[in-house]
Design a protein around this ligand. Structure first.
Ligand code: UTP
Length: 291
């Protein structure tokens, strides 16, 4: 079954990144010259979803403005003969983006549920708004790999990568029953475990393709305090053999974390045709001073 809907939650408080996130949502932070959320929309182009649903916080129009029209700017760029910049600006408008508001930042599952009126019981892709997955030339974008596995198996599938030491406790963690060609059968999942509780070194990262029943499951789960956990729904799937995990090609940056954000900017600046050699030169000179 083809994936027609994608959800990008972008309504978190972004407290790890204060003060910039006081007025600007984390997914709008720029990596080189583009906000993370546009990289994510571009990743989604690889599976051709019909609709991208962005979950935003109340009164936050900045993401809507980014993907919306800009007639005056376009006229000015054209009259100044800046056609390359005009094309860059037009690229931001090629996505079919809908917006839903999460009234209170009550967690990831709460954000997903806000998209329920648009997704209903269809399968959907879920891409966390503060993780940038970069596929180099010739590599398969992460969400494309997950969508292919979903289409072949009909089972929900999450992206995973290996983490070590203290990092194990920063992510959801999965137990793997078997692995075939990088596709893993998940038998259990725990939310941010202590090192002793971890099932493996396999962390859950922010890309998912989920079957249509997940939305309904979220509505019936018991909350933990104020929040319901996506992990609780995934656990039900895992225990009955309906959850897969997959490794992915390319690089992952946790842009919601200050160090991850800086790494993303350096790495993507080095890949940039416009800036790459100048940035490399700068880094080499800087490295000399650090010895
Ligand atoms: P995080 O937990 O990483 O983001 O959520 P956060 O809560 O904004 O950040 P910190 O930890 O306080 O710094 C992952 C993604 O889910 C979204 C966030 O915007 C982010 O893109 N999210 C999180 C929501 O949309 N709503 C929420 O209630 C929580």
């Amino acid at each position: 079954m083809q994936i027609k809907k994608a959800i990008i939650p972008a309504a978190g408080l972004g407290t790890r990144f204060l003060p910039i996130t006081k007025a600007i949502p984390k997914p709008m932070l720029s990596v080189v010259d583009k906000p993370t959320i546009q990289y994510i929309a571009e990743e989604l182009s690889s599976i051709g979803v019909e609709e991208i649903i962005v979950v935003v916080s109340p009164g936050s129009d900045i993401i809507k403005n980014h993907f919306g029209p800009a007639e005056d700017l376009e006229k000015r760029l054209l009259s100044d003969g800046k056609t390359a910049l005009y094309e860059i600006e037009r690229q931001t408008q090629k996505f079919n983006v809908k917006f839903v508001v999460q009234e209170e930042a009550n967690g990831l599952a709460g954000a997903i549920l806000c998209a329920e009126p648009l997704v209903k019981d269809q399968p959907f892709a879920l891409l966390l708004g503060d993780e940038l997955l970069y596929a180099n030339k010739g590599e398969t974008p992460c969400i494309k790999r997950l969508a292919d596995i979903f289409e072949q198996t009909g089972k929900s599938v999450i992206a995973t990568m290996e983490v070590f030491g203290d990092d194990v406790s920063k992510y959801g963690n999965i137990g793997i029953a078997e692995e075939n060609d990088g596709v893993m059968q998940v038998y259990d999942i725990v939310e941010k475990p202590s090192i002793n509780e971890a099932l493996s070194n396999n962390a859950v990262i922010g890309r998912y393709v989920l079957s249509g029943e997940v939305m309904g499951m979220l509505k019936t789960l018991k909350p933990h305090g104020n929040e319901i956990y996506l992990t609780d729904a995934l656990k039900v799937l895992a225990e009955r053999g309906d959850l897969l995990a997959s490794c992915f090609e390319g690089e992952r940056y946790d842009v919601g974390d200050k160090l991850g954000y800086i790494k993303a900017n350096v790495a993507l600046a080095l890949k940039s045709e416009e800036l790459g050699s100048d940035v490399a030169e700068y880094i080499k000179n800087l490295a000399e001073t650090l010895k």
